[in-house]
Design a protein around this ligand. Structure first.
Ligand SMILES: Cc1ncc(COP(=O)(O)O)c(C=O)c1O
Length: 424
């Protein structure tokens, strides 16, 4: 069969040593990617340099990787061809994005999918019938749906536990546990899981730890360094950063896992297209600068809300009163741009608050340059039943705010406008 030499099952070469067209990371093909190198530790201060230079391809002296809108590539003969073969398997714009995502995560490999959900689905696709998953009890709604509705049909059993409590994880893992799955910080309650401790518990049970790092982004937290086996990002959020593209990634330091993820990627086919890959790659260049400002603005707004009579509770890991504050301070470079809060007047106040805003837009999604606000029970998490919302700790009046990088004073004035609307 043509191309049989590329079959992943018959190829002993580590994935990193293969050209991108064969599922490798294209090492050696990316001029700057090989030179800049991957992030190595939390103290690594090269984020901005890696974000800008890693993985850029040298083509006709173009400064940035172009959009290669190719489905397929020319063979010289049935047994002779260049680096690429067919774009579902590997494609240049995507390969360069995968190189920079891997470097930012401090991982040997990353694969980029059509969405964050496709990336998460790829992680769950590693499972087999009879496997048990220990998942956080506070998850993005569609992740919960995948685990609660789809995977049990294939014989996967899932236990939902408070993964912020290592003892709860230790009690939940058993002989059949193949995967521990956590978000940190979680959507929408910003709960924090101690990644290193949780990785150790998963590994003692011969299970993998997968972390959804979307709320932190690799600018603030690199779970691979804490022992996570798989790291998922919705690239739609902070890495893309401009609310204009949907994409997702899975990163891993493990060659065998990378191989399996790549096979899932090209067989299931939920690959990112070249246009989206280009947009996300462009967004990544300013990740560090944007993240600094997201964090600065979010801390300001968290303080403002926290001290106000109309506000019942603020969920922001940067507040000393947040139950995960110490762990977050230890494992994150900063506390992020996301916060949520409950107003004293519940749903009625939530509706009045968001209606009064002029700069901050009511919309789903997060991590873009513009501030977005939403009510999870009515919007992003609307598919959860009232009992499921309750189990996830999501109050119907909870408000989630993705703090953008607008001028701080304008955001403060807008939040004050919202507070005025609910102050009786
Ligand atoms: C924490 C988290 N993970 C995953 C996703 C899914 O990402 P996408 O919308 O790119 O599929 C989202 C989307 O909001 C999210 O908030």
């Amino acid at each position: 069969m043509y191309g049989q030499e590329n079959d992943a099952t018959t190829d002993d070469r580590p994935i990193r040593d293969r050209p991108a067209s064969e599922g490798g990371d294209g090492e050696g093909t990316n001029r700057a990617g090989g030179r800049v190198g991957r992030m190595t530790s939390n103290d690594d201060d090269r984020l901005d340099t890696v974000s800008i230079h890693a993985g850029e391809r040298e083509t006709n002296d173009a400064l940035v990787t172009p959009i290669y809108a190719n489905a397929t590539y020319r063979y010289d003969s049935p047994s002779e061809r260049g680096e690429y073969r067919y774009s579902r398997m590997a494609a240049p714009t995507r390969a360069d994005l995968e190189a920079v995502v891997a470097d930012l995560e401090g991982a040997a490999h990353a694969k980029v999918f059509a969405s964050g959900m496709a990336a998460i689905d790829a992680v769950f696709s590693l499972l087999s019938a009879g496997d048990h998953v220990v998942a956080g009890d506070s998850l993005y709604a569609e992740t919960y749906d995948l685990l609660a509705e789809f995977y049990p049909r294939y014989g996967i059993e899932v236990s939902y536990v408070d993964v912020t409590d290592p003892e709860a994880v230790r009690e939940a893992v058993g002989e059949d546990t193949a995967l521990v799955y956590a978000e940190s910080p979680t959507n929408p309650l910003l709960r924090i899981t101690d990644l290193e401790t949780t990785a150790a518990i998963a590994h003692e049970a011969d299970a993998l730890l997968a972390v959804d790092n979307t709320f932190a982004s690799p600018a603030l937290q690199r779970p691979v360094e804490r022992g996570a086996d798989l790291v998922v990002e919705s690239l739609t959020k902070y890495l893309g950063g401009h609310s204009d593209a949907i994409a997702g990634s899975v990163a891993t330091d493990d060659d065998a896992l990378a191989e399996r993820i790549w096979r899932i990627q090209y067989t299931r086919g939920a690959v990112v297209g070249p246009f989206e890959a280009f947009l996300v790659r462009r967004g990544i260049k300013t990740l560090g600068a944007r993240m600094d400002r997201h964090c600065h603005n979010a801390a300001l707004l968290a303080d403002l809300l926290d001290g106000h009579d109309a506000v019942e509770r603020v969920h922001y890991p940067g507040l000393a009163s947040h139950p995960g504050h110490e762990v977050a301070a230890e494992q994150m470079a900063d506390f992020g741009g996301m916060l949520s809060f409950e107003l004293a007047g519940g749903v009625e106040d939530a509706v009045a608050f968001v209606a009064a805003l002029e700069t901050i837009t009511i919309a789903e999604s997060l991590g873009g340059v513009e501030s977005l606000i939403e009510v999870p029970a009515a919007m992003t998490h609307q598919n959860l039943a009232p009992t499921e919302l309750d189990a996830a700790g999501i109050d119907p009046g909870l408000v989630r705010l993705s703090v953008g990088i607008e001028r701080s004073e304008d955001l403060v004035a807008d939040v004050e406008r919202g507070l005025d609307a609910v102050t009786r």
